[in-house]
Design a protein around this ligand. Structure first.
Ligand code: ADE
Length: 238
């Protein structure tokens, strides 16, 4: 997968893309990152990327021209599958694990990160395929939000996570929250690991885990049941 990020603060990405699993994924060739300062595409001599809003009002608006030119230069040959062009903004669709799974199937993602009161609407209308928000709060810019999305997508790419870190049992990908985990020692300061986990009986362990997933989801995120179909056995447990 190719990931392009457009930002006037490219230095913000250095540590994140060059650490841990995001770095390993690039080293393995599963992903290629490219961070582009779209100020380089500004056509005026002062390299301005924003301007006053038509009609007046507070704040500046990100200009269409540098973004159009930058995206067009990154898009590649017109014969290739069109990349998804993702605009980071608090008004976007709320980002979920389901969306991460959808994006992980793409060959090329382009993220647009702005720092302004707004984006010229023509960017939304003609360039962008998805507008995404990572939550109902306002960040100083789209950079951190795009990093959240990149992280959650890259870990889903084939061969990025080893078996140990596998994402198949992740909270949300199963539709439920994860069950509790324990590691050694079995007794820590008198706090004991549930007996069933030490029993060696895999059928019992699986059943305990399934019940705990239901319980945890019920207590913390009952809204997740709206999109979840309970099995007959699970219905009895609830
Ligand atoms: N830019 C500013 N706030 C944001 C948010 N919550 N999600 C995505 N992009 C943003």
């Amino acid at each position: 997968m190719k990931i392009d990020i457009l930002s006037i603060f490219p230095e913000m990405f250095t540590g994140v893309l060059q650490s841990s699993i995001l770095k390993k994924a690039a080293d393995k060739g599963a992903v290629e990152y490219r961070v582009t300062d779209f100020r380089e595409f500004a056509s005026d001599k002062h390299k301005k990327v924003d301007d006053y809003p038509f009609g007046g009002g507070a704040g500046m608006v990100l200009k269409a021209q540098p973004i159009f030119d930058a995206v067009e230069s990154l898009q590649g040959p017109t014969t290739a599958k069109k990349p998804r062009v993702i605009l980071m903004c608090p008004q976007g669709e709320r980002y979920t694990q389901q969306k991460a799974e959808e994006l992980a199937k793409e060959d090329h993602l382009i993220f647009i990160c702005g720092h302004y009161e707004g984006y010229d609407e023509r960017i939304r209308e003609h360039i962008v395929t998805d507008e995404l928000s990572i939550g109902d709060y306002v960040l100083t810019g789209g950079e951190l939000a795009s990093m959240v999305i990149v992280d959650s997508v890259v870990r889903l790419l084939p061969d990025v996570l080893g078996k140990v870190e596998s994402h198949e049992q992740d909270s949300f990908s199963t539709g439920l929250l994860e069950h509790p985990h324990y590691t050694r020692p079995a007794d820590f300061r008198g706090m004991k690991v549930p007996d069933v986990l030490l029993s060696g009986n895999h059928a019992h362990i699986e059943k305990w885990r399934s019940k705990e997933m239901l319980k945890r989801t019920w207590e913390r995120r009952p809204d997740l049941f709206d999109a979840y179909t309970l099995t007959k056995e699970q219905e009895e447990w609830l």
